[in-house]
Ligand binder design. Structure first.
Ligand SMILES: *Cc1c(COP(=O)(O)O)cnc(C)c1O
Length: 377
């Protein structure tokens, strides 16, 4: 950057020369204590300038003092749980939540126990040893909204983590509503092009220190190339989200009149959801779910017959994706939990990308029409 470069450099170095031992030891101490940077980065497990550039950008977008990036969203969640463990080995989770997050929290892999509850009963679930409350809004895959400020109020002195992957900082900034941590699977909208697996947590500088310590000790790093691509992705984030959101709104409107669709899920469709949306979001986002009148079979057929939508898990890419939550992303949940949280076998989740909305609608319509025709026959 001393050269005044425009595109920022990708720093792949694993180690950095230590010419002054006194500067080296002071830098080492600072990084091991969880500082964001030091005069000498020492070793790339402690600090990488390319990853740090993405973290600073994301922190600014979230209105946070700091952000800490990891090799995946799940690595970020794991690091957060490990960082909270000394404060108490109990967490409270509101379902529904990302399938693998549910799986991790329901296991005793990290020595933490989880009480699952609903958004209105968080206060009752808090114990003296509760060190974290976890919510996801909009939630995966039902697009249910959770009132962030209300959960923060119920949690009292216990910090609240919001998985804000579906909203991105373009549509929602949970720290401003009192949350302590914002988690993103950066694999999704932040990267935006389906070519990076990454996770990031935005929080206060004090809390970030323990997250960096866990990252350095467990080695759950984001590779600098991922940091480079994510930083570049931030430049187009708002454009991508706004365009995809506008297309999602067009699709929801058209789908609501199609006879093959029994039920639609999209933030703001019900009165309760609209009230929360207006309170904490700047728009409904780019994901929607639908339930087919023809049940599981019809859902499977639609997934097979789409041509422009890619039938695949994940979301937030420039390409539109369609997937079956009960059969894929939320397969690890018990049938009972799926039923309780509204993840029906007839449900498909759509992540709208940047294709023209008329082309997306034409694709969905031909798939839905053929399913309706078969039902009528
Ligand atoms: C994908 C996802 C995760 C997990 O992130 P990975 O990058 O796949 O590890 C967590 N939360 C939500 C909402 C997700 O969509």
């Amino acid at each position: 950057m001393d050269l005044g470069v425009h595109a920022l450099p990708l720093d792949l170095s694993t180690t950095y020369p230590v010419h002054s031992l006194s500067e080296g030891t002071a830098s080492f101490d600072a990084l091991v204590a969880g500082d964001a940077k030091a005069p000498n980065p020492i070793y790339a497990r402690l600090h990488n300038p390319t990853v740090a550039r993405f973290e600073e950008g994301l922190a600014r977008l979230e209105g946070a003092e700091a952000a800490v990036a990891y090799g995946s969203g799940m690595a970020a969640l794991t690091a957060l749980l490990l960082a909270r463990r000394p404060h108490g080995q109990h967490v409270v989770g509101v379902r529904p939540i990302y399938g693998s997050a549910d799986h991790l929290l329901s296991s005793d892999l990290l020595g933490m126990s989880t009480t699952w509850t609903t958004a209105d009963k968080v206060a009752e679930a808090i114990r003296p040893d509760t060190s974290l409350v976890l919510i996801e809004t909009p939630a995966n895959p039902t697009l249910q909204l959770v009132d962030i400020a209300e959960v923060v109020r119920q949690a009292g002195s216990v910090p609240v983590m919001v998985d804000s992957t579906f909203a991105t900082p373009v549509l929602q900034t949970p720290l401003a509503l009192g949350a302590s941590y914002v988690l993103h699977s950066a694999t999704k909208f932040l990267g935006g092009h389906g070519d990076v697996i990454a996770g990031v947590i935005a929080t206060s500088e004090e809390r970030a220190k323990s997250l960096r310590q866990v990252r350095a000790l467990t080695g759950a790093l984001l590779h600098p190339l991922g940091g480079y691509l994510l930083h570049r992705g931030l430049a187009t984030l708002s454009l991508r989200v706004e365009r995809a959101q506008a297309s999602a709104q067009v699709l929801v409107e058209r789908l609501s009149h199609h006879p093959a669709v029994a039920k639609l899920h999209f933030p703001g469709l019900t009165t309760e959801s609209r009230a929360i949306l207006n309170k904490q979001m700047r728009g409904p986002g780019c994901l929607l779910a639908l339930e087919l009148a023809g049940g599981y079979e019809a859902a499977a057929q639609v997934m097979q017959r789409v041509q422009l939508f890619t039938p695949a898990v994940s979301l937030g890419s420039v390409d539109s994706l369609i997937q079956h939550p009960a059969g894929l992303t939320h397969r690890v949940l018990t049938e009972e939990t799926r039923a309780k949280t509204g993840i029906s076998p007839a449900m498909l989740r759509l992540s709208v990308g940047l294709e023209h909305p008329d082309d997306l609608w034409a694709d969905l319509k031909q798939a839905l029409d053929s399913v309706s025709a078969e039902l009528a026959a």
